[in-house]
Design a protein. Sequence first.
Length: 321
Amino acid sequence: MARTLRVPGVVLRRRRTAMSMERREAIAGVLFALPALLGFLIFWLGPIVASFLLSLTDWNIVGVPHWVGLSNYVGKVTATNPNQGLIHDPLFWKSVRVSVLYAAIAVPGSMLAAFLIALMLAQPLRLVGIFRTIYYLPAIVPAVATALMWLWLYNPDYGLFDTVLYNAGLPTSPFLTSEKTVVPSIALLNVWACGGMMVVFLAALKGVPRMLYEAAALDGAGPLRAVWHITLPTISPIILFNFLTAVIGIVASGIVQGQFMTGGGGPNNASLFYGLYIYRTAFQDGRMGYAMAMGVIMFLFLLVFTLVAMRVSRSRVYYEE
């Protein structure tokens, strides 16, 4: 049997060539990733760290920040720094309750509406492209325009909803002027603008293997059983994704709706969303350090909520691999 002779110099040159190629590829990878890394450091990590540091000061936007420690969180009443802190702030806890109620209505409502619309648009219908565009349009309408349009719909004098109720012989509703109905009324706006979530659901439905439905039909399963036992388990990762993004978006939202539709959180702060309270504290009251503390609390809550949701979903979310 013939034996291959290995020349030490040739093998060494090959190794050096391979190492130099790996080094060049590593440098190229770092250079390509550098814009994204710089963007993350400058526009994400940097502001997060700065927000935490400013939350420990009494900065009022225009002045020089002074260190107050945890005063913005737990409170410290002195002659020079009268601050009740988040723990003793009644408006802080009210904004938390309002945002929780808002999320409890808007998140499941928007997810259910988006899923049902996506399920309908996934069928081989005529002019389905036009219907997809129509249902997606509310998601790209500017927030201010959406708020003004729904403000007209809810108007107690000439609004469409009260006019329909009055002509039908039903009692009208004080949609935005009652403490009991203002949050559900604004949550309906969020359900109406579920086009982005609908598109994600629609893409997930297109990825469900058709042979699973065919096998279920051969076993005698109807459409509802097929949706419950095939569709929902198969797209469960997308359901989790939409759920987390919806919670994060809704907890941090409410600024435009509260400012334009309820006059800054009315009536009687019944629509004082958490994000709106941060905005009002920072830019209307000038207490930027205190607002930063609320932002840090929101960040920590969403971080813990996401980690818990990912942990709980491990045994309930189906992944194909």
